[in-house]
Design a protein around this ligand. Sequence first.
Ligand code: AMP
Ligand code: FE
Ligand code: FE
Ligand code: ZN
Length: 363
Amino acid sequence: MTDSAPVDLHCHSTASDGTARPAEVVRLASDAGLSALALTDHDTVAGVAEAAGEAARLGLDFLPGIELSCSFPRPGTLHLLGYGVDPASPALLKLIDEQTRAREVRNRLIVERLNGLGLDVSWDEVLEEAGAGRGENDETRDGGTRNDGTRDNATRDDAARGGGATIGRPHLAAVLVRKGLVASARQAFDRYLGGAGGAYVDTNRLSADRAIAAVRAAGGVASLAHPLLLRRQTPQQLEAMVRELAEQGLEAIETIHSGHDADTVARLTRLADRLDLLTTGGSDFHGSAKPGIRIGRPAGREVPRGFYDRLLHCLRRRRETHRGRPADAPTPAVVADRPGRAGPPSAGQPLQPWQQGSVMNRS
Ligand code: AMP
Ligand code: FE
Ligand code: FE
Ligand code: ZN
């Protein structure tokens, strides 16, 4: 691995709907020869401490991240990536807590609708699916058993370390597949869980501007994930939407992604240039939940190291700008010093590059 090796800035772990534990995601990235990784679980930073620890051990550069689901008119989807966020930021944790609660309400409603359609699925089965593989010593979802205790207790415990694990529709899909009620996750989404499905429920009330503000309050940079999923009809409509988000504090867009062909990458890169936005990229790795996706190889491409370096440059510049202005300063970005507890790095722990104060010029 060298400093010029490619990176992956969009990955999911068992802290949300991925199937590999956070440390395992880091090991896969290292095995793939990547030089840096960002963990971006849906609506949680619960996996960040574990991933940061493993990255430090393996000498991989690591950025704590998150992917926030925002409200957006159907059939579009608006996901915001936050990079370099402080996993202990009160503003971010408050928002995560709200998202967790809203998700639970929605997920239970989906189960009710599935039941109404005659499908035998219970909330406990969904919890079991989402919790499998999250035990302290389990390496994989398949080999794992659920930590016991109620979801409420789990949520409270997890909240102390940066949000609980996120439960989403992929877990519901997995239950339907496991019980033989559908042939595949795809069929589960097509028939029941997707925007046009019979059990679809959307209760997401998080506005994009609030999500962007929380990412920035947590010291992070906000990037628009997979912009095509906004499903704007024309390039002009997409540009207008991205401009609006940029006015709200968006600083980057995801150009390279497993769902983007060469044409899309080129088009989004030009859009980023026009609007003076940074570019981010990643595979959107979910482990065996999305078997077609390889870590570090979005649609067969590589994400250049420069994407990570420019992001880091931006994060550091921000921290320097805020230095000496404590009243305005966001909470400084810190990483957990040991698993399960967010706090400043301990003396023996090397600082991750994004934690250091000086601007590093690699270009
Ligand atoms: P949620 O956050 O609960 O709304 O679930 C959204 C997640 O479901 C996305 O991040 C994807 O990982 C997954 N997903 C969405 N649509 C599909 C689909 N048609 N097939 C498989 N997975 C999907
Ligand atoms: Fe996902
Ligand atoms: Fe997404
Ligand atoms: Zn994602």
